[in-house]
Design a protein around this ligand. Structure first.
Ligand code: NAD
Length: 495
């Protein structure tokens, strides 16, 4: 199967001549081929979206959300089918896929509140006899560019809000996991959404660059690695677009000894921290990477606890019910992770559990969790995003030193503190640079009604995704001042 585009309400073949495999990373089976779309596809999709905008913009918000209500019901009815597609093309376990679809549905639910979320501001008598109103108005065509790691959830961070606001949309899914979006668009088609409001094009760099430069595209939402996020931000801004570009991450979790004070606390701190690193095989932008213990006691507990947890993880095909962790996305990803581990050992890290062993006899891109101790802040593996199941254990003497470690990292997406102390939690939340913060939460993912996005080299732009900031991103503010005269009488003041 060559994955088609959805443009103007119909499935169409891409104009591409080049294509890439879509592989099941657990079996290496070829599931489909993604065409690497061209400028012709961009032109066609943007033209369809631009044409649809004329009517969609005039459709009242209360009517626009009826399509989203229908879509939510369809998503719920098809949650299992969608989850299976995600697991097949991405590799994460079915439980993880189901969780990601649930998150996608929450985005739709939140966007259904657009009649309230879109409300503006007004004031009477801003000057004598003059009233003023500000409204939020849709702008036209927006585009979204998604990464491979959450095939359903990440695109939903943008487009339900964009179209609920009255814009029309062009989505480019990741060429590595296009099949989830095909299923999503099949469901969207069943809602009766007017043709051209939502469009899907397949491809890679050429399509991304085409969208970033297209004169009719008003704004771009991007999620992916930091170098590409920077590229999209720079190119999109240079062409006069609003851009929100979310990049890579290097997340640190700090463990204060009080969070291990009882057996119950110890169990849940260890479980929460380890799950953060290895959930979705480490392929989450909010995945903890370095577990930084304050003092020897916590460090020792984590060395023993992380190894015990790693030993128990059952690696396999995510469709199997007894699988705890699926494969990573590709052979290249596996090699990159193994390379980082080898170089860390060369820099003085201590290997406590080697996840590279015992998986080469299986087809698929499997790794077991690796546990490395004696991690120092200058090491390559302490600086770079691993995006794989590698638990890095480090130690500092104080909370101040832990915060300094975190704030020296440019990829400031999230950070977590495990503690029972409110004072420590407040200090941590007040002083760390990453803008998504967890206190005793390993994966502090903001819900759909809060905004999501990191800081420094993890985020380029002003307004973050979903939540109220997305309503600002997808609308422009128009302010009208009104003065009405009461015939010739001057009850509204002289003019
Ligand atoms: P990626 O940057 O390789 O690809 C993302 C998108 O950009 C894809 O649609 C791809 O087709 C396109 N692309 C790739 N190279 C390009 C180029 N040179 N020019 C233009 N477009 C290009 O990212 P990925 O490997 O798919 O996803 C993993 C990355 O995404 C990780 O770094 C992860 O941290 C990040 N991510 C970040 C967040 C966040 O919220 N900050 C969320 C999810 C994933």
């Amino acid at each position: 199967m060559i994955v088609p585009n959805w443009i103007g309400g119909t499935w169409k073949p891409s104009s591409a001549t080049e294509k890439v495999h879509v592989l099941n990373p657990a079996t290496e089976e070829i599931l489909a081929h993604t065409p690497l779309g061209t400028q012709a596809d961009v032109e066609e999709a943007v033209a369809a979206a631009q044409a649809a905008f004329v009517t969609w913009r005039r459709t009242p918000a209360v009517e626009r959300v009826q399509y989203l209500f229908r879509f939510k019901t369809l998503l719920e009815a098809n949650q299992e089918a969608l989850s299976r597609i995600i697991t097949q093309e991405h590799g994460k376990t079915l439980v993880e896929s189901r969780g990601s679809v649930r998150r996608a549905i929450q985005m739709v639910e939140t966007a259904c509140g657009i009649p309230s979320l879109l409300q503006g501001e007004s004031s009477e008598d801003i000057a004598s006899g003059i009233d003023s109103i500000s409204i939020r108005r849709p702008m036209g065509v927006f585009a979204g560019i998604a990464p491979f790691n959450f095939p359903a959830m990440v695109p939903f961070w943008f487009w339900p809000f964009a179209i609920a606001c009255g814009n029309t949309y062009v989505l480019k899914a990741s060429e590595r996991v296009p099949l989830t979006s095909v299923k999503v668009f099949e469901l969207l088609a069943q809602t009766g959404l007017p043709p051209g409001v939502m469009n899907l094009i397949q491809g890679g760099k050429a399509v991304v660059d085409g969208l970033c430069q297209h004169p009719q595209v008003k704004g771009i939402s991007f999620v992916g690695s930091t170098p590409v996020a920077k590229h999209v931000y720079t190119l999109g801004c240079a062409h006069g677009k609003r851009v929100q570009a979310l990049g890579g991450a290097k997340n640190v979790m700090v463990v204060l000894p009080d969070s291990l004070q009882s057996e119950t606390w110890k169990k849940r701190t260890l479980h929460t921290a380890v799950e953060s690193v290895i959930g979705c095989a480490g392929e989450r932008c909010l995945a903890g990477s370095v577990i930084l213990s304050v003092g020897d006691k916590a460090y020792e507990a984590f060395q023993a606890g992380a190894v015990a947890a790693a030993e128990k993880i059952r690696v396999g095909d995510g469709l199997e019910t007894n699988t705890d962790m699926g494969p990573v996305i590709s052979q290249a990803a596996k090699e990159s992770i193994c390379g980082l581990i080898s170089r860390a050992l060369g820099e003085g890290a201590t290997l406590l559990f080697d996840g590279r062993e015992g998986v080469d006899d299986m087809p698929g891109y499997f790794l077991r969790p690796t546990v490395l101790a004696n991690i120092q802040p200058h090491m390559e593996i302490a600086q770079k995003e691993v995006f794989g199941p590698v638990i890095l254990l480090g130690k500092v003497d104080s909370l101040d030193a832990a915060i300094a470690w975190i704030n020296a990292i440019p990829y400031a997406n999230t950070s977590t503190l495990f503690t029972t102390s409110g004072a420590a939690a407040r200090k941590f939340a007040y002083e760390v640079d990453p803008s998504m913060i967890g206190i005793n939460i390993g994966v502090p993912a903001p819900m759909a009604f809060f905004s999501f996005g990191g800081s420094k080299e993890s985020f380029f732009g002003d307004l973050k995704v979903h939540g109220k900031q997305s309503i600002q991103f997808f609308t422009d503010t128009y302010t009208t001042l009104y003065r009405w005269y009461d015939s010739d009488a001057s009850i509204w003041g002289s003019c």
